[in-house]
Design a protein around this ligand. Sequence first.
Ligand SMILES: CC(=O)SCCNC(=O)CCNC(=O)[C@H](O)C(C)(C)COP(=O)(O)OP(=O)(O)OC[C@H]1O[C@@H](n2cnc3c(N)ncnc32)[C@H](O)[C@@H]1OP(=O)(O)O
Ligand SMILES: O=C([O-])CC(=O)C(=O)O
Length: 380
Amino acid sequence: MEQTIHRGLDGVLIDTSKICSIDGLKGELIYRGYDIRELADKASFEEVIYLLWNGELPTEAELHSFQDELKPHFAVPEEVLGVLRLFPPDASPMHALRTAVSALAAADKDRDGVDLANVRRIGLKLTAQAATLTAALQRLREGKDPVDPHPELGVAANFLYMLSGEEPTEAAVRVMDVALVLHAEHGSNASTFVARATASTLTDVYSAITAAIGSLKGPLHGGANTAVMQMLEQINGVEDVERFVLDKLSQEKARIPGFGHRVYRVLDPRAAILEGVAEKLAAESGDAKWFEMSQEMERVMDREMERRGKQVKPNVDFFSASVYRMLGFPADMYTPIFAVARVPGWMAHLLEQYADNRLMRPKLKYEGPRGKTFVPLSER
Ligand SMILES: CC(=O)SCCNC(=O)CCNC(=O)[C@H](O)C(C)(C)COP(=O)(O)OP(=O)(O)OC[C@H]1O[C@@H](n2cnc3c(N)ncnc32)[C@H](O)[C@@H]1OP(=O)(O)O
Ligand SMILES: O=C([O-])CC(=O)C(=O)O
């Protein structure tokens, strides 16, 4: 029987889900019924985590009790901080984060349980500890000791606190919160699919999240935010953007990081929000260089893609790069920060997967040889 091949699983529905809806033609992103624009404007990261895991926004009392549940989980065992020290400074921080998250299983007696209460407990732990590990990693790369988590702060504020050792301003926490909310969830993207496929064997949460971090690292996925800043750093100001883009596009199979998306044919709504955040930060800081270069690149790409008849617009990784730059983060830390934001999204999908599991096992169309005669080793 002739079977259709969907390379890259393009357009393939693998299951039903109640978590996230994306309309790539309208540029619409919805978490559990709420438009991302409204959530980015009005909700904290913790409210969004609660929403993703429970299907409803929390009441004030529910939010406080959720925050209280999360706070004790930030501390990371000393041995796991030691895992971060194993990596040389020039290794991608995603290798260190992935390995340390995997090592967190060592200190967890109930590391294998996939009943929903245990999955949720590990979800709280990984949400808090991904932030701690990412901040600690950056401190170690700067030759400084990690800062213990603040017992009273949530994810955005604690992350900034553990980076600098100082309580962050309300404005910085708000920008961080918006970035975390925007990156928290995006349907069956590559890393979430990997998390769900891994969990579908009924293996543990640590294995699924470790696999997802490995998938997020790639330059076609979360790794693109680092690649965007590394690209901007190669360009000599706004005047040089057009030359750079045209040079790049003249190369075969060239991809400009931060542009294009498997689902969006119009502007990614998260990119539009981050563009606004970047513009505001540029005006406040007086350092508009990265924002202006990004805007010029968007203009040149719009013109060139339209000329080529392609619908390729900025994605979430494009303007997050200049936002993170203005918050003072080094380029290669952008993808670990994406992972911190995405852990709760992955966890929402693991809760859904474990609640009603079916082993994921697609097929490949075999096109190799058949009927070969085995020749003994001594005669080959
Ligand atoms: C959080 C996230 O994961 S968001 C995505 C982050 N990734 C990036 O920013 C990396 C750069 N972008 C890309 O490589 C791609 O756009 C992807 C991988 C994200 C999506 O790829 P696909 O859905 O497979 O689209 P595909 O690669 O088929 O592109 C369609 C056309 O647009 C063009 N195109 C797509 N993205 C780009 C880009 N970034 N730069 C230049 N041209 C592009 C391609 O040349 C292609 O044309 P062709 O059919 O003539 O070859
Ligand atoms: O949905 C995708 O393919 C990639 C993406 O934007 C995300 O994971 O945020």
